[in-house]
Ligand binder design. Sequence first.
Ligand SMILES: Cc1cc2nc3c(=O)[nH]c(=O)nc-3n(C[C@H](O)[C@H](O)[C@H](O)COP(=O)(O)OP(=O)(O)OC[C@H]3O[C@@H](n4cnc5c(N)ncnc54)[C@H](O)[C@@H]3O)c2cc1C
Length: 572
Amino acid sequence: MTAPPQQETAVGTATVDDDTDEARVVLLTVDDDASVSRAVARDLRRRYGETYRIVRSSSAADALDALRELKLRGWPVAVLLADYRMPQMNGIEFLEEAMDLFPLARRALLTAYADTNAAIDAINVVDVDHYLLKPWDPPEEKLYPVVDAMLQAYADEPEVTVHETKVIGHRWSAPSFETRDFLARNAVPYRWFASDEPDGERLLRAAEVGAETLPVVITPTGGTLVAPSTTELAGAVGLSTTPAMDFYDLVVVGAGPAGLGAAVYAASEGLRTLLVERQATGGQAGQSSRIENYLGFPDGVSGAQLTERARRQAIKFGAELLTTSDATALASSGWTRVVSLQDGHKVAAHSVIIATGVSYRDLDAPGVADLAGRGVYYGSAPTEVEDCADRDVYIVGGANSAGQAAVFFSRVARSVTLLVRGDGLERSMSHSLIEQISGIASISVRPCTVVEEAHGIDHLEKLTLRQLSTGAVEHVHATHLFVFIGATPHTEWLSGVLERDERGFILTGSDLTVDRRRPPGWPLERDPWPLESSVPGVFVTGDVRASSIKRVASAVGEGAMAVTLAHRYLAP
Ligand SMILES: Cc1cc2nc3c(=O)[nH]c(=O)nc-3n(C[C@H](O)[C@H](O)[C@H](O)COP(=O)(O)OP(=O)(O)OC[C@H]3O[C@@H](n4cnc5c(N)ncnc54)[C@H](O)[C@@H]3O)c2cc1C
């Protein structure tokens, strides 16, 4: 391929490869070695010059100036390639500042072999997508695949294709909260307008709808939805809700870490894979404000970020993802497994992986159920962070998830109180998290304390707390209560189909053979494999599996392992 003729102009002090003024998407490269900078730009131009505008710069400061000017001109930036070793400001610092200007641009660091560690650090610090070792010859093998992947990731960003969804609702309305939570957890960008503020009132008037039934959602194409169901909402914002085919090699139910892990491995290994998710990709992990113990992320990673990457990865490999699709039944027809969805669709497959995880148990105290979504939230509900500013936040639970939430909310709240039924955190929370909490002055821990009652008319206003050791009762003013207590598995729909333990977790492998007897109805001349349920070819991964380790890493690992077993099952 030959490079288009080069007619250079300037953006600030940076060089642009053409002299037109049309708003083409930009690929920017910065390297203080002018010859390297020219070489990168040349290689980029050769492959991408006809479609994209290539901007190059030989210092981080110049590149930042160029980005500011691009912002003013309204030219989008898709890719940033920055040299690591630059004087004054290194590549990581540059990318960090560049992210403020173009948060959607995908980022790569150019490094020498000796700087590989710095590049790996960068993946955590500034969420760098790739690092490229210099030299990158031949570009067809070392540079273009990386840039192609970055361009694809950029194009897949919902904000790039979908401009803006507007949600007009009431702050203390449960349906309004559910809509915002759903959009946020599915990484759909939206703007929130309170229905009783001027902008919200204006939008309601423009859409010709009253404020009686909220929320009202205005889609980027101008469509209006009044109090939509999550399925309507998913369809309107471009999330897929119905399967494209009737038959797959593998259906994975649940898109938490275990299901995402399975989908990535299955699709990358060529299996026609359908991933069915009832709510939002990420599962519980998507609610974690900071996962500190996942391999390869020494500075931690937010659950939303980790699972969003996994979602993109699964789709990139060709997995089909259905959102707001609730699996309601599993049946066998000979060697075919059939999963029914709540909308009436049935999908058949050679093999099925159940990865439906667990969710928090309801807090059983008077008043709590009525105020759910109106001050009482299950999980960390990141959409509520802004509303917690300078308020007193209460969190129920003594495990790591509650501790992480306490740290997360302490950044904005006036005070955070952890209400713990047990006599302390030591038995239920990791040592490092306990230390972190004890170092934050605004967090206090109240052991042996339970919520006796929640009070409020429109929204949560007050809690009655009971001290278990003394029996003393106290009323506290509270607007936000986040609940993180024990978990129950999502397996009601499998009752009578798969063997479960007394708490509903699904039995697999050797747990199914009692006194060397295989499970009732087991048709094969072999024992169930590890992760295999009481129905051959149906595998179970992650938190929903009896005696599993409740961790992101083990869920992902089991997802990968189940795919290998599914292969073995498909080709005995
Ligand atoms: C706040 C919080 C913080 C955490 N922090 C950490 C941490 O720091 N480190 C760590 O290792 N672990 C952490 N965990 C635990 C970790 O998130 C879980 O172990 C992990 O998410 C389990 O993954 P999973 O895929 O098995 O299940 P889940 O994450 O529970 O995902 C299951 C998915 O299945 C979907 N689903 C359920 N039923 C159906 C159905 N019938 N049809 C379709 N879809 C269905 C659900 O909507 C959900 O998306 C944390 C958990 C929480 C809640």
